[in-house]
Design a protein around this ligand. Sequence first.
Ligand code: PRP
Ligand code: ZN
Length: 283
Amino acid sequence: MLRIAVQSKGRLYDETMLLLEEAGIKLNRGKRILLLSAKGFPVEVLFLRDDDIPQSVANGVADVGIVGENEYVEKGAEAKLTKRLGFSKCRLSLAIPKDEEYGGIEWFEGKTIATSYPEILTDYLDRRHVKANLHIISGSVEIAPGIGLADAIFDLVSSGSTLVSNRLKEVDVVMNSEALLIANNELSEEKQAILDELLFRFEAIQAAEGKKYVLLNAPKDKLNEIIEILPGMKSPTITPLADDKWVSVQSVITEQHFWEIIGKLKASGAEGILIIPIEKMIV
Ligand code: PRP
Ligand code: ZN
C-alpha cells in the first residue's frame, strides 16, 4: 500500500484528482473524509493542507505527495523530487501598489512585505542585500497593503486577477512553480514498486497531452506528399481501401500545429479526415 498526500482543497485539488482518476485510481470522496483507499490499485489518499504535505512526506506519515513547488521549496523538507507534473503553473512574485513607481529591488528597503513564504523571500532579499520587514500571514495576503498592514506583498500569482482587483502590480518574479510529485527518501521495495507503476501511468498520460490521432483517406498518387505533411512520431500506418486508388493513413499529431496541418492535408487532396483524442500513450 502506498499512501499519497494531496491537497484537501484549493489550487491543486481538482487537477490532482483528475490525474489520479486518469491513472486508474478511483476514489469516492465524501466530505470530511481524510483518508481514502482507492479501488483496484494499492494506494490510499491522505487529504492535507498544502503546507503540511512536504513535512508529512519527509517524516513518512505519507509515502509520496503531490504539492506545489512553492510549498516544497518554502518548507525545505527532506523529501525527494520525483517528478514535475506540469500542471498548476504559477509564480511567486513581489507586488506593490499599482500607483507606486518602481525602479528596482531597492524599492523594498525598509518596507514591510506581507507573505506566507518567509523562507523563500528572506533568502531572495538577503542575496540582494535588501533589508525589509516581513509580515507573515497565512492567507488573504493580497489585502494587506490596502488595509495598511504592509507596503507590499510576496505571494502566488497565476492569472494576475487577484493583484488587479487589489490594485497591486507584479514587479519581480522570484520563482516559478508547478505541481510536483515528491517522495519519502526511504521507501520500502514494495512501495517503490507501486510508485514505479504510478509513474509509468503518469508518463503515459503526459505523453498523450496535446496530441491527437488523425485518420484520413488519401489518393494513392498524393500519398508521399501527405506523409510529408504529417509529423508523426514514427512513419504513419497505411492500410489499403476497397477502392484501390485510395489508402487510409493514420498518425499522431500535436495540437500545436493542428490547424496548419489540417489545412495542408485538405489542400493535398486528403478526404474523410477524422481527429480523435488520445487518452494515454505508451511510447
Ligand atoms: C493564490 C494567491 C492569490 C491567488 C492568485 O491563492 O494567494 O490569492 O492564488 O491567483 P490569480 O493570479 O489567478 O488571481 P490560492 O488560491 O492558492 O489560495 P490561498 O491564498 O488560500 O493559498
Ligand atoms: Zn491566496
